[in-house]
Design a protein around this ligand. Structure first.
Ligand code: KG4
Ligand code: ZN
Length: 360
C-alpha cells in the first residue's frame, strides 16, 4: 500500500494523557513543525487529569493541530511517508483518540502507520538537539508516571536497571505540592515556591539511598510532609521551606542513584528526560555530579521535556524508516513494557545520525 516517496517525512500525533500534539519531522531537514495544546486548565479544578474529559478534548483538538502542523511545515499529505502515533502506555481512552485519528489518516493517505511507545519518545527526545547523546548511554526517565534508570544500548535496546517501588518522581512532586495548596500540575509550581525556601530547614527522607541497588521509592515523602505540616500555620515561609526540602530530597535521591548507575554500568553519558527533567535544580545537581566523574548529561530542550509530538516523531521516524508498521487494527495499550520493544538498526538517517554509530 505504501507509495515510494522521495524525502522521508512523517506526521506524528501524541495523546497519551492531557496534552494533544502533532509534529512533522523530515529525516534530512529535521523538525519542520510541532503544535501542542495543553489541557491543564480543563483538569485543574479537579486537581488531576480526568480521563474521560481528556479523551473528549483530544477529539476536539487533534485534527486542528494536525492541520496546523502540516500547514506550518508546508507539507501536503502526499509528501508524507508515514504516520506515527503514541500507542501506549497511557490513558486508554486518550490513546484511542490519537490512534484512531492517526491510523485513519494513514489509511486515507495510503501510507504506513506505526504505534510508538510513549517512553521511547521521551528517551529519544534529546536526539532532536544539535549535540545529541552518544550510544550506549544511561537514561534517567522521570515523568509523572515513571521513574526509571535504563541502560540504552541503541534504539529499542533498553534494559531497566532501577524502577520506583511506588510513586514516580513527578507524582511525588505533584502530591506534595497538593499538600502545600499548589494547583495541578504541582511539579513546576513547587519548584517555583522552593526558590524562596531555605535548604535544610526541613530534612526529608532520601529513600533507598542507604541501601545498595538502583530501586527508588518516593511515597514516604508525602507522609513526611504531612507530618511536618500538622498543627502548623501554612505561612509563606513555611511553605517555601517545605517545598525546598521536598525538592532537595527528590533531586538528591535521583542524582545519587543516577551516579551509582553510571558507576555500575561504567557509562559516561547520561540522558535525563520526562517532565521532571525540566527541573532546574535537578539539572544543576546532575551536571555537577556527573561532571565530577568526567561524564556528561544530555537533556531535551525544555519544551520537549514534557509530553509533545516531536519526540513521538523521532521514535516513529526511526521505526517507520526501519520498515516497521502496524496493521489496520487500532490497538492502543494502557500498559506496555519498554523492554519488549524490538531493536532498530538504522542505515542512513540524517536526523538520527547518532544512530549510525549503533552496533547492529
Ligand atoms: O512527561 P510528562 O509531561 O508526563 C508524563 O508522561 O507523565 O511529566 C509530567 C510530570 C508532572 O508530574 C509534573 O509535575 C512534572 O513532570 N514536572 C516537573 C517540572 N515540570 C514538570 N517536576 C518538577 N519540576 C519541574 N520544573
Ligand atoms: Zn510523558
Amino acid at each position: 500500500m505504501a507509495k515510494a516517496k522521495k524525502a522521508f517525512r512523517i506526521l506524528a500525533v501524541e495523546s497519551s494523557c492531557d496534552e494533544s500534539a502533532a509534529a512533522v519531522l523530515d529525516e534530512s531537514r529535521g523538525l519542520l513543525a510541532h503544535e501542542l495544546f495543553s489541557q491543564v486548565e480543563l483538569h485543574r479544578i479537579y486537581g488531576g487529569v480526568v480521563p474521560e474529559l481528556a479523551s473528549r478534548d483530544h477529539v476536539r483538538r487533534l485534527l486542528p493541530l494536525v492541520r496546523g502542523a502540516l500547514g506550518r511545515a508546508g507539507t501536503a499529505p502526499a509528501q508524507l511517508a508515514g504516520v506515527a502515533f503514541t500507542a501506549g502506555p497511557g490513558l486508554i481512552g486518550a490513546l484511542l483518540t490519537g490512534a484512531a485519528l492517526a491510523r485513519s489518516l494513514a489509511y486515507a493517505w495510503g501510507v504506513p502507520a506505526v504505534g510508538v511507545h510513549h517512553l521511547e519518545g521521551h528517551l529519544l527526545a534529546p536526539l532532536l538537539e544539535p549535540d545529541p547523546p552518544p550510544f550506549p548511554h544511561l537514561a534517567l526517565l522521570v515523568s509523572g508516571g515513571h521513574s526509571q534508570l535504563i541502560e540504552v544500548a541503541g534504539i529499542g535496546r533498553y534494559r531497566i536497571l532501577g524502577d520506583t517501588r511506588d510513586d514516580a518522581a513527578g507524582e511525588a512532586f505533584d502530591k506534595t505540592a497538593k499538600l502545600l495548596g499548589l494547583p495541578y500540575p504541582g511539579g513546576p509550581e513547587l519548584a517555583r515556591l522552593a526558590e524562596g525556601g531555605t535548604s535544610g530547614a526541613f530534612q526529608f527522607p532520601r529513600p533507598m539511598l542507604d541501601r545498595p541497588g538502583l530501586e527508588l521509592s518516593f511515597s514516604g515523602l508525602k507522609t513526611a510532609v504531612l507530618h511536618s505540616l500538622r498543627g502548623r500555620e501554612l505561612t509563606p515561609k513555611l511553605r517555601a521551606d517545605v517545598a525546598r526540602g521536598v525538592e532537595d530530597a527528590i533531586v538528591d535521591t535521583l542524582a545519587a542513584k543516577a551516579v551509582r548507575a553510571l558507576e555500575e554500568t561504567d557509562l559516561d553519558a547520561l540522558v535525563v528526560s520526562g517532565g521532571v527533567s525540566a527541573n532546574r535544580r535537578l539539572r544543576c545537581t546532575l551536571d555537577a555530579a556527573v561532571g565530577r566523574r568526567g561524564g556528561r548529561v544530555y537533556y531535551p530542550r525544555l519544551e520537549f521535556c514534557t509530553d509533545n509530538a516531536a519526540m513521538i516523531a523521532v521514535a516513529g521516524l526511526a521505526r517507520l524508516k526501519a520498515g516497521e508498521h502496524d496493521g489496520l487494527a487500532i490497538l492502543p495499550r494502557a500498559q506496555w513494557p519498554l523492554e519488549t520493544l524490538s531493536a532498530v538498526a538504522l542505515q542512513d538517517n540524517a536526523v538520527l545520525e547518532t544512530a549510525r554509530s549503533l552496533p547492529t
